[in-house]
Ligand binder design. Sequence first.
Ligand code: UD1
Length: 419
Amino acid sequence: MQKISVRGGKVLKGEVSISGSKNATLPVMTAALLGESPSILKNVPLLNDIKTMAEVLRKLGSKAVMEDHQLKIDPAGFNKFEAPYELVKTMRASIYSLGACLARQGEAKVSLPGGCAIGARPIDLHLKGVEQLGAKVTIEHGFVHAKASKLKGATIYLAGPHGPSLGATVNVLLAATAAEGTTVIESASIEPEVEELVNFLNAMGASIEGVGTSRLVITGKKILKGVEYSVIPDRVEAGTFMVAAAVTRGDVLLKNAKTGHLTSVTEKLRQIGVSVEAEPGGIRVKGNGNYKPADVMILPYPGFPTDMQAQIMALLAIVPGISIVTETIWENRFMHVFEMNRMGADITIDRSHAVVKGVAKLTGAPVMASDLRASAALILAGLVAEGETLVQRIYHLDRGYEKIEEKLSVLGADISRVN
Ligand code: UD1
């Protein structure tokens, strides 16, 4: 089993290129199934989640060929509708095949994703959405089976107890492209990754109004064609490197990062005392020795993202004073706290709140990553910890960060992958 070894204390300096967005590529890959001709996706990150989704597409009969950062998807053979347990259990985004299979084949069978390290992860809103479009949904033997002789447009309210759902919005958008008449999604997720999917579907010939808003109006039954499309930069990878620069009090230019997608993260870093400035070609982040604590409330976009909660905590752990981080999306997303405390952090959890008392220093330790963003946060903590931090279970990391240790090394970090 591979591990990441980090020796803290280096100040990060230089430039880093931000890769294409994982969370934008995954829905777009599924949408490519809806075309009558192949699509070519560019700026695709080289990640295990992308490989898993390519495998899902192949299981459904289509071709998916990756060459460098370009992915060609040929949906000509897309004639199967089952996403098996072996793939869904490793990557929940496989659930997007529900909407695509219903749209093109009127039937979908997807293994139920179940819970995971960060929370229960229900899919009731996905199912409610496709049922309102006319699908009959049954759950048997751990699979969702949805069938529709005809999908019909409807008005669907998609907010759940924690606000809009990214995944449900994706599934309903995909299915609605094939529904007769007009579908209105109220309280749709407005995350940039949904905007990207809408732009991609419209480029394919779909008719979706309201891009970037919480009210999407889809006129279905259009013939969709394959297109060439370049994926947006990954805002979570960018945010992670912003914290890397801040925590090491460095000076880093994030090439390709989009300021517009990082407003809440930028605001929070500035409140802490980090300098964040847009420059031609990217975002420059400069750290210093004079930080103030800050409270962070995790909210749906454009609020502070749940996918940056663990990383910002790595920074707050060494900021003098008390910061409170409140997680509202995933009930169990504080697993990194126990590992950070083993590194000398002083963080206590009270239900959905983490009370972070800034400490003067962290010390390196062997730590266990519980999920993708927690892995990144432990590396960030390791960058400032005294001595060696050995991050284990880094298969999570390889799902969502392209060559993170190489990118950090180029910036001057003492980091390597060890067996
Ligand atoms: C969520 C995040 C996304 C992040 C991803 C991985 C939000 C709004 N979404 O997307 O930014 O990249 O996790 O960390 O921050 N829910 C239901 N019923 C459903 C679906 C969801 O109650 O059918 C609830 C979830 O339990 C959760 C919230 O709604 O509390 C948001 O879930 P959703 O956006 O669907 O999750 P992901 O698509 O995984």
